[in-house]
Design a protein around this ligand. Sequence first.
Ligand SMILES: C[S@@+](CC[C@H](N)C(=O)[O-])C[C@H]1O[C@@H](n2cnc3c(N)ncnc32)[C@H](O)[C@@H]1O
Length: 288
Amino acid sequence: MTDPQDAIDAESTSRAAERDPRIRERTAGERQEGIPFIGAGPGDPGLLTVTGKELVEAADLVVHAGSLVNSELLEEYCADAEQVSSIGKDLEELVPLMRDAYEAGRTVVRLHSGDPAIYGAALEQMDALEHEGVPTYIVPGVTAAFAASATLRTQLTLNGVANHVAFTRPRGKTLDPEDDHVGEFVEMGDVTTCIYLGTHAVAETMDRLLDDGHDPETPVTVVYHASWPDEAVIEGTIGTIGERLEAAGYRASALVIIGDAARKAGYERSYLYGDWANRDSTESEADD
Ligand SMILES: C[S@@+](CC[C@H](N)C(=O)[O-])C[C@H]1O[C@@H](n2cnc3c(N)ncnc32)[C@H](O)[C@@H]1O
C-alpha cells in the first residue's frame, strides 16, 4: 500500500490539474460505484438518510466510528454484517481492510457520525482508497449542530439575533492556540458558535473568553448526545457553564452552542413571511 500521505499528495496534485469528472456527472445522493462514506447522523437511527439506511442494510462489512455511532442503529440496520470500529486504527490498517474487502467483491460501507464533512477525517481515507484504485463517494448525514438545534427547538440563524453560524473546535492536541477562533466568532455578536470536540475543555474555553473581556452573561447551551435516549441539555452563560457542566459530569459527546439563538429570545419576524411575501414573486427568489 502507498504511504497514505503520499497518496493524499498525489490525489491533491491530480485534482489541482483537473477537476474530478465525477463532480459534473454525479449528484449528491446518487448511488455510485465504490465505497460510500455515509453520515450516520447524530445518533437516533431514524435520523440516518433513506439512502444511507439502504446502503447500510445491504452491506457485508460496516466500518463505523465506534461509540460515536449509536449501537442501536447498527443492531437495527446491519446486525448480520461484519462490523468493525475504526477507533484506534490508523490509515495503514483501515485502508487495506476496506480495499481488500471491496476487491474480494464484498459490499463495504464506511459509517461516520453526523456528516462526514464535519470533523470526520473522511477525505484522507477516500484519497488513500482512490489511490489504491477503490472508488469512493459521500452520502451526507445530519450533523450534531442540526440535531442540537432541533433538541432546543430553535434555529441556528434567527432574524435579528444570529445571521451566521460557525462550526468550530477549541485549541487542543490537534489545534494550535493561534488557530482557535472561538473568541473571534463570539466577538462578532451575531454568530451562533457551535463548538465540536470541546466538551472536555468547556471550562478552559470559557475562562479564556472571560480573560479576553467577553460578556459573562452571554448564553451558552450544551447539548449532550443530541437525539440519543440519554440526551441532556445544560444551560448557562460564559460565566457559569463550566461549573454546571462539571457538576453534570459530561466530558465528551456534547455540542457547545454560544449565542442567543439557543434561547430563542429577542428575535424578529422575518421578511420572508412579511414584506417579501407581499411583493411581486418574480422580483427575486426568497429563501426558505
Ligand atoms: C469527531 S466529531 C464528529 C462530528 C460529526 N461528523 C458530525 O457531523 O456531527 C465528534 C464531536 O461531534 C459532536 N457530536 C457528535 N454527535 C453528537 C451528538 N449526538 N450530540 C452532541 N454532540 C455530538 C461532539 O462535539 C463530538 O465531540
